[in-house]
Design a protein around this ligand. Structure first.
Ligand SMILES: [Fe+2]
Ligand SMILES: [Fe+2]
Length: 413
């Protein structure tokens, strides 16, 4: 699959924000599952070729169709040892996860679509389904799976690697005046939309706390003012994203809803090691928020409902700046902390290909007009963004010496 113009533009934007050149070195590879992207010497940032096929050991292949720069055919791709980014990282841990659901347990074949890709509490990314279903406590449906920790939307607020979100309560404060629910949709589909947007709203709401914590951590680590200012602005953006999503949830539900108290406990733990902060920023920002931009953009492209489109247009633009902030933050951390930080960042990117956002998807095509993607579309856009944006940028970040971070002027407002 040829890289999209969006991927190329987004990649350039992130590289600029990180103070990196848009030109990457020869034989620099970014492998993502069965896809490999190669950047040749002297090519500009749009000049990429992609190929399908195994990424282990030297191979070469070619594919037809448009690809590469200026619509020329996709060129031969040669795969040598990956440099810059270490992919893989071994098999994920095996565990048993259980869901309490109405009705019979989905078969092992049906479970990924019916229950995945996140665990029952949205705190795992399920890589593969091994066995099940088994009967669990209270009649729960249990499956043996291989799963990684972490499955959030945008920048999660994590405690002990699990996302913290507020519960949904009746509240007129967040959504404002209720819009009219679409009469052409059945009650069931409106309920599904309400649930999906309420889920997104809760994670947007938690992102406010996440950026508040990021701002404190940056200060504790002596970060430059543009990063601290951008983190505060991002927190304000997330308040607006939460408000927009709660407004959509309320509209489809026919009742004003918002967040209850965010269960933060008595203290907020901070990461004050530069290497650990950089690694967390890779996972939550460079990967998580970069994926969030691509998913939101795909939702926007599919949506036709004016209110949904307006909300997603705001989210796409703001999340693009949040992704820039993450890449600039990691670049600053590498410049400041040297090899120790670089190693931590490399290790964090090693798990990139296994990370996905938890996206509430739908099997009802009618709901794409209201911003909900199918599971296949959500997976495709994330895989493409990993291969065409995240891993190439990670390679540059790890190979170059980043210059001073360049935050978009708007982020200084
Ligand atoms: Fe957001
Ligand atoms: Fe964000």
């Amino acid at each position: 699959m040829a890289p999209t113009n969006f991927s190329a533009r987004f990649r350039s934007r992130l590289l600029r924000a990180a103070g990196l050149s848009a030109i990457v070195a020869p034989t620099l590879l970014a492998a993502c599952a069965d896809k490999v992207t190669v950047f040749g010497p002297g090519e500009d940032d749009d000049a990429t070729s992609t190929s399908s096929g195994g990424a282990s050991g030297p191979t070469s292949s070619s594919s037809g169709g448009d690809g590469g720069h200026g619509g020329s055919p996709t060129t031969v791709v040669t795969v040598t040892n990956t440099t810059g980014v270490t992919t893989g990282g071994g098999a994920p841990p095996t565990q048993v996860l259980c869901w309490e659901i109405d009705g019979p347990c989905p078969s092992l074949q049906a479970a990924p679509n019916a229950l995945g890709p996140c665990g029952p509490d949205f705190n795992y990314w399920i890589d593969s389904w091994i066995d099940g279903p088994f009967s669990g406590p209270n009649g729960a449906c249990c499956y043996e799976v291989e799963a990684y920790a972490g499955c959030g939307v945008g920048r999660p607020y994590l405690e002990h690697d699990a996302p913290v979100v507020a519960s949904l309560v009746a509240s007129p404060d967040w959504p404002g005046a209720l819009g009219e629910a679409p009469s052409e949709l059945s009650e069931n589909l409106r309920a599904a939309l309400a649930e999906a947007w309420a889920h997104d709203a809760a994670h947007e709401h938690a992102s406010v706390a996440s950026f508040a914590r990021v701002a404190l951590e940056l200060m504790a680590l002596g970060a430059p003012p543009e990063l601290i200012a951008a983190a505060h602005r991002a927190a304000r953006d997330e308040v607006e994203h939460a408000r927009l999503c709660y407004a959509l949830a309320s509209r489809f539900r026919g009742e004003a809803v918002g967040p209850g108290p965010l269960p933060l406990g008595d203290s907020v733990p901070l990461t004050t090691s530069l290497a650990a902060m950089a690694a967390a920023t890779v996972a939550e920002g460079c990967i998580g928020e970069t994926l969030a931009v691509a998913v939101a953009r795909a939702q926007l492209e599919a949506a036709t409902d004016p209110e949904v489109r307006a909300a997603l247009a705001t989210i796409v633009e703001d999340e693009s700046r949040h992704a820039e902030l993450a890449w600039s933050t990691v670049a600053w951390a590498i410049r400041t902390g040297g090899d120790e930080v670089r190693r931590a960042v490399e290790e964090a990117f090693a798990h990139a290909e296994h990370r996905r956002l938890e996206v509430v998807t739908t099997a009802a095509p009618a709901l794409s007009a209201y911003g909900r993607l199918s599971a296949e579309a959500a997976e495709a856009v994330q895989r493409q963004t990993l291969a065409e944006v995240i891993l190439p940028c990670a390679s540059s970040l790890l190979r170059e010496q980043p210059r001073r971070a360049r935050i978009a002027p708007a982020a200084r407002a």
